[in-house]
Every structure is written in structure tokens, then in C-alpha cells.
Design a protein around this ligand. Structure first.
Ligand code: SAM
Length: 169
């Protein structure tokens, strides 16, 4: 969410409960942007919170998307990345059958179609992607067997160059 406006990267939020109704006195706006087509409209370093839930695995190339998130994130901003983690085929099929309650031939076809989509990245892969994008990892946890959440607390990478006239001794 940028200062003064909000921006959802995922279209599925429109199916969810309208969060704005729970925030008295706050006017929320919803804008839909295709982050692969052009840069987000937010200025560099202006966004306090970026949250992506089950979205990043969809992109063929996650690094340009992460670079764009790094660009807009405020220096003390938070990036919440919640996404699928790789599971063995048998575990994934059992998860769909027992947790999502999908059964029958159509469900089996769907499960095999989605297996490579949902089981792309291990937790180590996600950590590597965040580091590669220059996003420092602050915490991570597993809320359910299929997903992990990674909390990036800002930017990692080479320190800012010293301000003119303040070179280190
Ligand atoms: C599996 S849904 C997850 C939706 C929701 N965040 C959730 O947790 O239920 C993947 C989402 O990625 C979004 N998405 C796919 N490609 C995108 C793109 N190029 N730019 C922005 N969002 C994209 C889709 O609109 C879709 O809402």
C-alpha cells in the first residue's frame, strides 16, 4: 500500500471480503496493474507495505517483478511474500484430496496440471530469489503445509554512497 493510495497486484482480492469496511475513517482505493507490462505508478521508495499471496509463482520470470517491488518499497517498508513451496507429488495430491477436498477424475487432471505450477520453488529457492533481488529477509514461517510466508524488512545490498562532503575517514 503506497502512501495516500493503495495498489493490489492481485486481481483475486476482488473476490474477497472488502477489507476497507473494517477500517473506519480510511478511504481505500483499488487499482489493478499488470506488473509485467509496465512499471508500477508508485514513486521509488514510497510504499510502506507490499503483500503478495500466491502470485509470484505465476510469473515466468520472478526477478523483474521483485526488482519493481524493491524499487517502490520505502527504506523501512515491509514486503510479505506468501507462496507455494515445493512438495513431493504424493504429498501434493494428498493435500488437494484431504485439505481442498477435490476428488474425482476432473480433480485429478487439475491436480496434475497444477503440480508443476505450484511446486516450482523450495523455501531455499524463495530465499535465494529475495536475496538476488536485494531484499533482506527478516523472518519466515509456515502457516500451512503447502505455503511459506517470508517477511522482507527492506533493502539489502551495497550501502548508499556517502553524501557529498561526508566521505568515511
Ligand atoms: C492464484 S491467484 C492468487 C490470488 C490471491 N492473491 C489469493 O491468494 O487467493 C494468482 C493471481 O496472480 C495475478 N496475476 C497473474 N499475473 C499477473 C500480472 N502480470 N500482474 C499482476 N497480477 C497478476 C492474477 O490476477 C491472480 O489474481
Amino acid at each position: 500500500m503506497g502512501r495516500g493510495s493503495s495498489c493490489e497486484i492481485s486481481a483475486c482480492v476482488t473476490r474477497r471480503r472488502p477489507y476497507g469496511q473494517q477500517l473506519a475513517g480510511v478511504k481505500l482505493t483499488l487499482e489493478l496493474h499488470d506488473v509485467t507490462a509496465k512499471p508500477l505508478p508508485q514513486a521509488a521508495g514510497s510504499v510502506d507495505l507490499v503483500s503478495m499471496s500466491s502470485v509470484l509463482h505465476v510469473f515466468d520470470e520472478p526477478l523483474p517483478v521483485l526488482a519493481e517491488i524493491r524499487r517502490v518499497l520505502a527504506p523501512r517498508g515491509i514486503f510479505l511474500l506468501h507462496d507455494w513451496i515445493r512438495q513431493p507429488l504424493a504429498t501434493y495430491l494428498a493435500y488437494r484430496r484431504d485439505e481442498i477436498k477435490e476428488t474425482g477424475p476432473d480433480a485429478t487432471r487439475r491436480a496434475f496440471r497444477l503440480f508443476p505450477v505450484h511446486n516450482k520453488y523450495t523455501p531455499d529457492d524463495w530465499r535465494w530469489l529475495l536475496a538476488e533481488a536485494g531484499l533482506a529477509l527478516r523472518d519466515h514461517t509456515q502457516l500451512r503445509a503447502s505455503h511459506q510466508i517470508f517477511v522482507s524488512g527492506g533493502l539489502e545490498g551495497p550501502p548508499e554512497p556517502p553524501a557529498l562532503g561526508h566521505a568515511p575517514a
